[in-house]
Design a protein around this ligand. Structure first.
Ligand code: CDP
Length: 245
């Protein structure tokens, strides 16, 4: 969260810098099967975010001492391209990307039927080409499409969204300015069928009431985002089937 509270992020009509109302999402587009050499893949454009996900596996976990005899291990690797942000990002892992990789691996493990693949590993490479706030949630949302595209059995999708507090008001799906200069950022991901929450982090402060408003805005948005995930997969199936209805 930034310290510059003098920037006005919500106007007198309650509209945000990009013209959205509090509960509006940015435009989201997902395409499945974008990479030929991965077992499964997806591309997501969410606001100004552009992220590609490649999935490999399940394959034998290596080195062997990493194997779990009861289940597959899920290794998500979140990476930001040097050119994805305003100020060149130094290539390679840093504290932030290691933390994000860990929470995304855990969130995906809750959806994948890992118990069907003992000793195996599933790799999920999340490459952020352009970052515009909410990249962990956009990357996670695209990952579950890429995993389904790989034909890996899942209990459900993983669908995420953020909410936060901007100029004292709770709003959905923070833009980059809102993320930088707002007062709180709450990324959440859930399994849409059951509503089970698989990721929740918070940066900044929210009162209990604001937290409840923010989570209910997110839980309302999740079915809308899940529909975009489903459509990405069904149009992929149509293309493979020859493009017909
Ligand atoms: O992307 P996400 O909201 O999940 O994570 P964040 O740590 O809250 O970062 C918010 C935004 O800050 C990112 O989406 C980027 O647009 C930006 N950022 C940046 O400009 N340079 C970095 N090294 C990291 C993040």
């Amino acid at each position: 969260m930034g310290t510059q509270s003098d920037i006005k992020l919500i106007d007198e009509n309650g509209l945000r810098l990009d013209g959205r109302s509090a509960g509006d999402l940015r435009p989201i587009r997902i395409e499945a099967g974008v990479l030929e050499r991965a077992d499964g893949s997806a591309m997501i454009e969410w606001g100004g975010n552009k992220i590609i996900v490649a999935v490999y596996g399940p394959r034998e976990a290596y080195p062997k001492h990493n194997q779990d005899i009861n289940r597959a291990i899920v290794k998500a690797r979140y990476n930001m391209a040097a050119f994805s942000v305003d100020e060149r990002k130094r290539p390679g892992p840093d504290r932030r990307s290691i933390e994000i990789s860990k929470v995304l691996s855990e969130a995906l493990s809750a959806a994948i039927m890992v118990e069907q693949f003992p000793r195996a590993q599933i790799d999920v490479f999340i490459e952020v080409l352009q970052a515009d706030a909410g990249t962990r949630i956009a990357g996670l949302t695209a990952s579950s499409v890429a995993i389904a595209d790989a034909g890996i059995p899942m209990r459900d999708f993983v669908t995420g969204c953020t909410a936060g507090k901007v100029d004292g008001k709770v709003v959905l799906d923070l833009s980059k300015e809102e993320d930088n200069f707002g007062q709180a950022d709450l990324p959440v991901a859930a399994l849409p069928k059951s509503g089970k929450i698989v990721l929740m982090q918070m940066d900044g402060d929210l009162s209990v009431e604001e937290f409840e408003t923010a989570t209910s805005m997110i839980m309302n948005a999740i079915p809308r985002i899940n529909e975009i995930q489903r459509n990405a997969l069904s149009s992929r199936v149509k293309v493979e089937g020859g493009g017909g209805e």
